[in-house]
Design a protein around this ligand. Structure first.
Ligand code: NDP
Ligand code: MG
Length: 428
């Protein structure tokens, strides 16, 4: 019988343990020594079913080279304005076997079997950040993660110290799934997703998530031979915790021009508390020299979010790979916006005012790239951050940096537990 991930693992999570201290991560880590029982044969049932299930569909949509992005754009529902619209699924499977719930423990076991030759997953701890007021409702766990598009990792990114075998999709996808299953986010905000239909949508939907994908109009993945389609942003939420009220796919503009960057914004209603909030995910333009462009995209996103949240009446969480250090203009726009946002990971610093030293760390032909680019912004008057997942240390990341055999992306996942403030002061 299927149980929701939260019910299965709540005893292990200790999210509500009192005191200000580091919390142990869930007990779902792959073991460093081989398990007593022999690992499963290398024909994972759930993983194989997932990729086989949608292959026929993804072939139809994706296997036509660069022209596919045009076809895909026609399939994707695009809103250039701030108007929110009703959500609709891009792909609805009619095969009942593919809709059967998965036991997350079983999927995790399959991932571990696939990964049994690799070193163990890095250990990261949650830092308890609670200030005072206890919450009557369970926290909302949000994960922000640029998972590294498979086509970009293999074909464009030039991670010169990362062995190509570490990027093999059949194993790397298990490392990504393992990270998601270990932290059990209620909401998952992803960038560089180029395996939505054949991997994440079918698997995560069977774990109880409802997903939305919005591809980039001209994804650079489509320039890579044997690509799996365009990359884009994906947003998943647990259906037993939230009801979708409204959803908007936004193609960002810069100085009124349409750009290649996108965002998804959704209004969700919390089933336990009845409270509504807006969750958004984005991936802004990369590379140096594009700072003003990013700034304009950020302004457009803020304007869209102003409208969607009815002028900051609805609490907001914005996750993204902003491709911008905290010194950049786009960061300052978010920090000083009338939406009253704070960046959650600043709370890990001693004074609560500094961003972490890095959220991505890789070595390209140009040298070492260590930057803080990923953020989780939240309405600072309406929401509190109860805990945040600590980042990896330099030692854990290792001399060859990311991605690696232990970690599947060049960006670290950020995970926070939020709760609504009990007595909103009307300032949001
Ligand atoms: N077919 C066509 O007509 C068109 C095609 N295009 C394609 O789109 C691409 C541009 O798309 P756009 O969305 O603006 O791309 P971005 O500049 O935003 O970058 C795309 C990806 O490249 C990664 N990246 C960042 N820095 C580097 C680097 N130094 N080396 C390698 N990869 C890096 C980024 O990862 P991260 O965020 O993790 O840093 C990001 O995911 C073009 O190169 C072209 O391939 C664009 C327009 C038209
Ligand atoms: Mg990238």
């Amino acid at each position: 019988m299927y149980q929701s991930p939260r019910r299965l693992c709540s005893a292990l999570l200790q999210r509500d343990a009192p005191g200000l201290r580091r919390l142990p991560t869930p007990g779902l880590r792959r073991q460093s020594s081989p398990p007593a029982a022999a690992p499963r044969p290398a024909s994972p049932r759930l993983l194989a079913a997932a990729s086989g299930a949608v292959r026929s569909c993804s072939r139809t949509v994706y296997s036509m080279g660069n022209g596919t992005s045009r076809l895909y754009s026609a399939l994707a529902k695009t809103l250039n304005s701030s108007t929110a619209s009703q959500h609709s699924e891009y792909l609805v499977s009619s095969d009942p076997e593919l809709l059967e719930p998965i036991d997350p423990k079983e999927l995790l076991e399959e991932c571990r079997a696939v990964l049994h030759t690799r070193p163990p997953r890095y250990q990261r701890d949650f830092v308890d950040l609670r200030t005072d007021s206890p919450s009557r409702h369970p926290p909302i766990r949000v994960m922000q993660w640029n998972i590294l598009a498979q086509a970009l990792g293999e074909g464009k990114d030039n991670f010169v110290q990362c062995p190509i075998e570490a990027l093999k999709w059949e194993e790397r996808k298990c490392l990504i799934l393992e990270e998601i299953l270990a932290y059990e986010p209620d909401i998952l905000c992803l960038q560089e997703v180029d395996h939505y239909f054949d991997t994440f949508q079918p698997l995560l939907s069977r774990l109880g998530y409802q997903g939305t994908f919005f591809p980039k109009p001209w994804s650079p993945c489509l320039d890579v031979e044997h690509n799996n389609g365009p990359d884009g942003c994906a947003l998943f939420f647990l259906q037993n915790r939230f009801k979708l009220v409204n959803s908007a796919n936004i193609r960002l503009t810069a100085m009124t021009l349409k750009t290649n960057q996108v965002a998804i914004a959704q209004i969700l209603e919390c089933k336990e508390s009845g409270r509504e909030f807006c969750i958004a995910v984005t991936h802004l333009k990369a590379r140096t020299g594009w700072e003003r462009f990013r700034s304009a995209q950020g302004c457009d996103l803020l304007q869209n979010l102003q409208n969607i949240t009815q002028g900051a009446k609805i609490p907001l969480i914005v996750c993204g790979d902003f491709n911008a250090e905290p010194t950049e203009e786009v960061y300052k726009h978010f920090a000083s916006s009338s939406l009253n946002l704070n960046s959650a990971y600043k709370l890990l610093s001693a004074d609560g005012q500094s961003e972490p030293p890095y959220t991505t760390w890789k070595i390209r032909t140009s040298g070492e790239c260590r930057h803080t680019l990923d953020y989780i912004w939240y309405s600072k008057h309406a929401l509190s951050v109860r805990s945040a997942l600590d980042l990896l240390t330099e030692e854990q990341i290792g001399p060859n940096r990311l991605p690696s055999f232990n970690y599947p992306s060049d960006h670290l996942s950020l995970v926070c537990d939020f709760s609504f403030n009990e007595e909103p002061d009307g300032l949001l």
